[in-house]
Structure formats: C-alpha cells, structure tokens
Design a protein around this ligand. Structure first.
Ligand code: SF4
Ligand code: SF4
Length: 153
C-alpha cells in the first residue's frame, strides 16, 4: 500500500518539525545525491582545473581540489534521520526522546507546546516554534506539501 502524506512527513520531518530530508547529512537526500551526481559528471576535472587556471588565467580553478573534497564529503552522508538515530548536528536535542515519551509525532500535538524542554539554542528554538505553529495551523499534510521541495537552509 502506498505511503500516506502523513507517513512520509513523519519519515522526513523530525518531531521538532525540522526537515531531515533536506539536511546535508541525510543519506539519500537531495544534497547527498546531487553531490554524487556532480562528482560523477566532473570525472577527472582535477587535471583540467589546473590547465584551465593556467590557460585561461582564472585562479578560481585552483580552488577545485577543496570543492571536490567538500562534494565528496556531502556525498557520503549517512544519517537516517532523527526518527531513527540521534541527531549529529543538534547533540543537545531532547525533543526526540521527549516526544516518544509524550506519544506525539510532532511537538504541536503536545499539550506542553511550546515548552522549554527542547535543548535547542535560540535560533533553532524560534525555527522549531514557527514550524510547529504552521503545522498546527494548516495540518501536517499541507505543511509537508508546502516545504517538501524547499531548501532547508
Ligand atoms: S537527524 Fe540531524 S543530522 Fe540527521 S538528517 Fe536529521 S537534522 Fe540532519
Ligand atoms: S514537552 Fe516539549 S519537547 Fe516534549 S514533545 Fe512536548 S513540546 Fe515537544
């Protein structure tokens, strides 16, 4: 049976509402997959980058090795998302375990929302509250449709 939008939203969004599916660290996310595609399309560009820097007098090509290294890093993303493992970015996050204890899929479904138990810094806390207020207003399915193709950053 096909997954419902709600089930997909639950796989891709953390209980805090942040979009794991668009995180650079998400295995099989756009950033990971597109980085691998770009590495593949670039082939042996490192040889040409050195030549182009010289032939064209464009020193920007000398930055290619760092760019390639970073693409390689993005392409080896391994996180399965915060429903399945501890977040690598927000190590102090308490939302996942708390939401499991409260038996809610998303924080806005909790009687205590907005609470002071997230462990987030100010920036992430504001984002989490904004996302959950929006989900509460339009529903999880509509919220997921709204953000599913948007960059997270
Ligand atoms: S759990 Fe954290 S590191 Fe993993 S995909 Fe989600 S936001 Fe990114
Ligand atoms: S107590 Fe706070 S962190 Fe825990 S589920 Fe409720 S709103 Fe989310």
């Amino acid at each position: 049976m096909a997954e419902t939008t709600y089930e997909l939203a639950k796989q891709r969004l953390g209980a805090c509402g942040v979009h794991c599916g668009k995180c650079y660290a998400f295995a099989g996310g756009d950033i990971c997959d597109l980085s691998n595609q770009l590495v593949s399309s670039l082939g042996n560009f490192d040889v040409y980058a050195r030549r182009f820097a010289e032939l064209m007098g464009e020193p920007v090509f000398l930055k290619y090795p760092d760019f390639r290294e970073f693409l390689g890093y993005l392409g080896t993303s391994k996180c399965q998302g915060c429903r399945k493992e501890k977040c690598k970015l927000f190590k102090a996050c308490r939302v996942r375990s708390c939401s499991e204890g409260k038996k809610v899929d998303f924080c806005f479904q909790c009687d205590e929302f907005p609470c002071k138990n997230t462990g987030f810094d100010e920036h992430l806390y504001k984002r989490h509250v904004g996302i959950n207020e929006r989900m509460k207003e339009i529903g999880v399915d509509a919220y997921y449709e709204e953000v599913k193709n948007q960059p997270r950053y």
